[in-house]
Ligand binder design. Sequence first.
Ligand code: G
Ligand code: G
Ligand code: MN
Ligand code: NA
Length: 249
Amino acid sequence: RLEADLRECIATASGLEVYYQPLFATAGETLAGMEALARWHHPEFGLLQPADFIPVAEESGLIVPLGKWVLEQACTMMARWPDISLAVNFSPVQLREEALVHDVLEILVRSGLAPERLQLEVTEGAILDTDKAVRDRLTALRATGIKIVLDDFGTGYSSLTHLQKFDVDKVKIDKSFVHDISSDSESVAIVHAVTGLARVIGIPVTAEGVETAEQRNMLRAIGCTELQGFLFSRPLSPDDAARFLSGTT
Ligand code: G
Ligand code: G
Ligand code: MN
Ligand code: NA
């Protein structure tokens, strides 16, 4: 049922929307970029979050056309705003598509967004894909200037060695560690370890899910380079994002 509805919405490009959540450089509250997050206004069920429909999209393969639509929307929108980066989430299913590199580059050309501004957020599971073709695709994308970001870090396989072994341009610490940082010494230790290793490798670290000033202060003290979360801004509708950007840039 959900699958048939989603197929229909993708075919007609109706009911789908891209929201944008800002990322801030840790020092000031300088805007560093925006993360694109898919939303679906279902005709009956109302506003659906990615957790409600991304799994269905992945199982059915609809994530491929959906992902292309999100990427095109987001690149077209962000091409109007210079300098700041655009982060887009990519599912492992999308990375297994042979046409991935071609499709991404075509959308960049069409939208006019410089490859250096695009960050693909992938999970450890995707990067650990045993399929060499997937890793080759990530390498090919990276060669064009696109950045590869390791998302939700600390969940799943959560191995620090993955940071060293794979060529990633940034790591995003999962919000579960940020949530617990003021109450749980283990989370503090994990954030410390990830940030320390990232510094050695020479890549920036984003902490996501920052909700309180206390969390922000601790993350700053530890040395996270970028922060994102409800404390700074919720994901914004395209109109609100445009208003936000015209006020900051
Ligand atoms: O917007 P929200 O915070 O609920 O998003 C939850 C998760 O859903 C994100 O962390 C991301 O992993 C996933 N997600 C959101 N938008 C997209 C998208 O366009 N494509 C893919 N593959 N995943 C997305
Ligand atoms: O899966 P991914 O980490 O890419 O998506 C981020 C998700 O986290 C989005 O669904 C977004 O709505 C959510 N999010 C963003 N900021 C916060 C926050 O400060 N707190 C919580 N609980 N969720 C957040
Ligand atoms: Mn993400
Ligand atoms: Na995440």
